[in-house]
Design a protein around this ligand. Structure first.
Ligand SMILES: [Zn+2]
Length: 241
């Protein structure tokens, strides 16, 4: 089972799934035929500008939900099983992260991104099944991460599909790991491809998915503070409205 590490101290490490977990509470963001977004009549951040994702006009660009709505969507609904809720959300986040990442696949290459960089000058390393840390390009890291998550989601011993099947004892730990990988995938996009995302008018979707993922992780303590700290300025900006 693979994993991941970053060089600055933060440790550790597609497709669809046919789970019967309820999805009625989740926003339907999966139709990124969503390119019918409104035109933005403001000056897009210029390449090379430090932290273009903090541009006020960028931060305010999100789909319909306010951060309060997204926080409410993250809270465990009364009467629902916690593992079931985490599984449902994990699957939904994975589909959205995969969708956004796929849209950037031609722009995030081994030549443009030879290192899997993250915020705060971090470089993420992949840890293989033998425990070896692998230096890899950003697209390879993303491929490892998404393939690893897909493998987990397809494993009925981890994400059970039968109503009478139990979740494994270590399920919350696996959800933590999956959320970490998804956070890093989006963090790389913010750090290296934000201007391109703005040009594609995809930043409202990135902001929405990222905000929802972070609020969900905060609700269930799924991400270590040292992992999110380099993007805390963005998280603060996105979650105060
Ligand atoms: Zn990249």
């Amino acid at each position: 089972m693979g994993g991941c590490q970053s060089s600055s101290g933060a440790a550790e490490s597609e497709g669809t799934h046919t789970l019967t977990h309820a999805t009625a509470h989740l926003p339907n963001l999966s139709d990124i035929s969503l390119f019918n977004l409104k035109n933005n009549n403001w000056q897009a951040p210029v390449c090379g500008v430090k932290k273009p994702y903090l541009h006020p006009e960028c931060v305010s660009e999100r789909l319909s939900q306010s951060s309060t709505d997204l926080l409410m969507l993250s809270v465990l609904p009364h009467g629902l099983d916690l593992n079931e809720w985490m599984a449902t959300n994990t699957i939904a986040f994975f589909q959205l992260v995969t969708l956004i990442s796929s849209a950037l696949s031609e722009l995030c290459s081994s030549s443009s991104c030879p290192k899997a960089t993250g915020p705060g000058d971090r470089v993420y390393f992949w840890t293989d099944e033998s425990g070896r840390k692998l230096k890899c390009s950003a697209p390879l890291y993303t491929d490892y991460a998404l393939s690893y998550i897909q493998e987990l989601l397809s494993d009925e011993d981890v994400f059970p599909v039968r109503a009478d099947a139990d979740f494994p004892v270590g399920f919350p730990f696996l959800v933590e790991k999956v959320c970490l990988l998804m956070f890093r995938t989006l963090a790389h996009l913010y750090c290296e491809h934000y201007t391109q995302l703005v040009a594609m008018e995809m930043h409202p979707h990135l902001n929405t998915v990222f905000t929802h993922l972070v609020l969900f992780c905060q609700s269930f303590n799924l991400l270590e503070p040292q992992e999110t700290e380099p993007l805390q300025d963005l998280i603060t900006a996105l979650t105060r409205s």
